[in-house]
Design a protein around this ligand. Structure first.
Ligand code: FPP
Length: 229
């Protein structure tokens, strides 16, 4: 039966537009990422209060890793800061902090900090923020396919999903992309099979709580049929 869903359990956000936000202000791209991190801090708090259970943020794609060294260094500095100053505080408040993606390609101290923080993430948290870092959906699927080949035997959708980074994370119900582009850019392709998609022209640093509410409202108006009539 068709289902009207009030609140998504897992909201994914493709956080696009930091560079353009900075350019409009004649600032370096790094200023856009700084503003993006400030926005993340606010949205995490707001999503937590709003009653969604997971917020999945596309923080760095595998493709982003080929950006100029200077921009990457700026992003790594932000990761260091976030996982030093903010993530431990969230964990202290029983918020889950998880990372999906191949963090082994990051500078060793960043990867180490991230995995140490995430290892303390509570398993029974009522709200979890999931960062996709050096994440690419195709790479994730190929990785899972290799695990499946090693294990042998028949593969089912259910058994395959258990081999993805998101094994114990519910599929996103709603995926928001900020910044005006209308594509998924290798984000949660398997998991997004039945996600509602919401595209906003607002650049990520300007995507405030009101914009988040607007997306949730639009989601609640959609009728989800999951392939049925
Ligand atoms: C896309 O905007 C955004 C990114 C590649 C990085 C996202 C990172 C943050 C929001 C801050 C750091 C994150 C954490 C978890 C501390 P873009 O630069 O591609 O924008 P553009 O399309 O306007 O150039």
């Amino acid at each position: 039966m068709a289902e009207k869903s009030a609140l998504p359990v897992n909201v994914g956000i493709i956080m696009d537009g930091n560079g353009r936000w900075a350019k409009k202000r004649l600032l370096p791209r790094s200023a856009g990422h700084d503003a993006g991190m400030k926005r993340i801090i606010k949205l995490v708090e707001y999503a937590r209060e709003s009653g969604v259970k997971y917020l999945t943020l596309y923080a760095l794609s595998t493709e982003n890793l080929s950006r100029p060294k200077e921009e990457l260094e700026g992003l790594f500095t932000l990761f260091r800061k976030y996982f030093e100053d903010y993530a431990p505080k969230l964990i202290g408040e029983n918020v889950g902090v998880r990372v999906i993606g191949d963090i082994s390609a990051l500078p060793a101290d960043v990867a180490d900090k991230i995995s140490r923080v995430c290892s303390r993430s509570p398993s029974d948290a009522p709200f979890t923020v999931v960062f996709a870092v050096n994440y690419g959906s195709r790479a994730e699927i190929v990785r899972a396919a290799n695990f499946a080949a090693e294990l042998g035997g028949k593969v089912t959708e259910k058994s395959f999903a258990k081999l993805l980074y998101t094994a114990d994370i519910p599929d996103p119900d709603l995926i928001i992309r900020t910044g005006g582009e209308i594509r998924l850019s290798n984000f949660l392709l398997w998991q997004a099979a039945y996600a509602e998609l919401y595209f906003s022209d607002v650049l990520f640093p300007d995507f405030d709580n009101k914009q988040f509410d607007k997306a949730i409202k639009e989601f609640s108006r959609r009728t989800r049929r999951f392939g049925k009539i």
